[in-house]
Design a protein around this ligand. Sequence first.
Ligand code: CA
Ligand code: CA
Length: 374
Amino acid sequence: MIRKTLFATGLLTTTLLASTACSAQPAAAGKPFKETVVADFDSPWAMTFLPDKRMLVTEKKGQMLLVSADGKSRQTVATLTVDSAGQGGLMDVVLAPDFATSQRVYFSYSTAGEGGKGVVLARGRLRPDGGGGQSLGEIEALFSARPFVEGNGHYSGRIAFSPDGKYLFFTNGERQKFTPAQDPKMTLGKVLRLTLDGKPAPGNPLVAKGFAPEIWSYGHRNLLGLAFDAQGNLWEQEMGPKGGDEVNLIKPGLNYGWPNASNGSNYDGTDIPDHKPGDGYEPPKVFWNPVISPGGLMIYSGSMFPQWKGDAFIGGLSSKSLVRVHLTGTNAAKGDQWDMGARIREVEQGPDGAIWVLEDGGDSQGRLIKLTAK
Ligand SMILES: [Ca+2]
Ligand SMILES: [Ca+2]
């Protein structure tokens, strides 16, 4: 596999947003939070908070932005050459566990290469750019999905670090090809467990069975959310077929069924056997029919909304909603589904416990909205 990637960095712009970008929205009846529009972006995909309360935001076409805590100013810290056709682009961004000392930032993107396209895990270091701002330097690609295939869908590309900070979990979607999810030699349709350098983590559960050494779990479709809860459980959500979006509790070595089992059906109307006891496939903890089209996943640990501590929040794309899933230990149950009026791509928890959502924006502007207690 060729890990050929071109980067151009150092582009720096500082933009003051129009004054209209920071206005409180009238609270819709029934929503237990106030919505404040903070900023907007060009097809944003993911965000994360720095210890100093600023934010890193990725835009699908390849810009990584460093945004002030109030959303009013921003600078471009990296302009990455990515393949942004279809569902591809610059995707997730997550701080390294030792960011406070290393200034390292991990991110994912799709690119074209030998055989087609695939998702790549990379990292860089946030450092002074010499002009009073910061830029992302020392950029290196760490891991590429195998194999690269044709098409522009189901890259996944979500990143989560283990609670001890030693390992990195990375999702590879099945690229709309179905069967790779069950192929032991491909990383497509899998949750991977890697070292912080992007190598196979030692002790992965399926090596003795002949699986690729990076694989932690398999039988997945399009994994667009991945997060640990406070107890150390790893939760994942994935966009399923028609009527089959899922929240899964990820355990090492298990097969989650795709494309052999799903509580949904194919979009062409053909059936897929439902999950049932004894079929050898790990069933979802929650599934949706009709679908929500899950984007990001966040597990809430703040105090602004104490009633939701420990619960999962999911951005709904086609459902244009924010979805709450009640988590109790290793069990999950549907909670709320609030209409947000736009496709929600990403959900994050802010430093003060507010919930932040990023609209997907489609091919245009998506807003950053802060949700606070009423
Ligand atoms: Ca995020
Ligand atoms: Ca089915």
